[in-house]
Ligand binder design. Sequence first.
Ligand SMILES: C[S@@+](CC[C@H](N)C(=O)[O-])C[C@H]1O[C@@H](n2cnc3c(N)ncnc32)[C@H](O)[C@@H]1O
Length: 212
Amino acid sequence: MNLHPKNLENLKRYNITAWFYDILDLPWEMQYRKWRPQLLTGVSGNVLEVGVGTGRNLRYYPPGVTHLTALDFSPAMLQHARRRAEGASCPVLFVQDDVCTMSSIPSDHFDWVVACFLCCVLPFDYQDQALSQISRVLKPGGRFCLLEMVYSKDRSLRKRQDFFAPFVEKVYGARFDRNTLEHAKNTPGLVVTGTRFVKQDTYLLIEGRSGK
Ligand SMILES: C[S@@+](CC[C@H](N)C(=O)[O-])C[C@H]1O[C@@H](n2cnc3c(N)ncnc32)[C@H](O)[C@@H]1O
């Protein structure tokens, strides 16, 4: 893996965070675990999850998923995810790779690409590269969904987010202002078909398909 410098910073961060990630994230995971099965309901066929982290989604993939490839650039995060593979309803192939290049992944290969809280971690300069890669690996007509944190328009929620923002960036490398929706809309080969908030106006689900 030949990583760009800002991605390398994130890789180092996640190789350390991995050891306490599940404990640290637990207060948030308590709500995410209610959403995860719903987000994955319609997902089927040959699926790629990018930025799989510690594998929190793995047990929620529905039986229509025939093959699951779980990609992350952090070996330490993948190590945790492997332990969760036994809860999955289909075989899981773990791949260590950078979503911005995905050199180990063939083109036009997947029916679905799923990412939860990945793009909000990706540095601004790499949003387009990652989304272009998602476009490349999707089969024509394939679908994608991205779950992201975004800034609220509500003043008191925004204030709360501003309070947590330095912590979130320091520990997760994540930000609320990655503007992934705009990047996805502008990515050749991707068509955004819908968006909805999963909670308030802070957790945004972006759904779409390949336009190839
Ligand atoms: C905030 S965590 C989310 C984990 C998981 N998707 C979840 O819902 O709990 C972000 C994950 O993305 C991975 N990641 C960040 N940048 C990446 C990149 N450029 N390529 C591949 N994985 C990346 C991190 O290692 C981490 O596991």
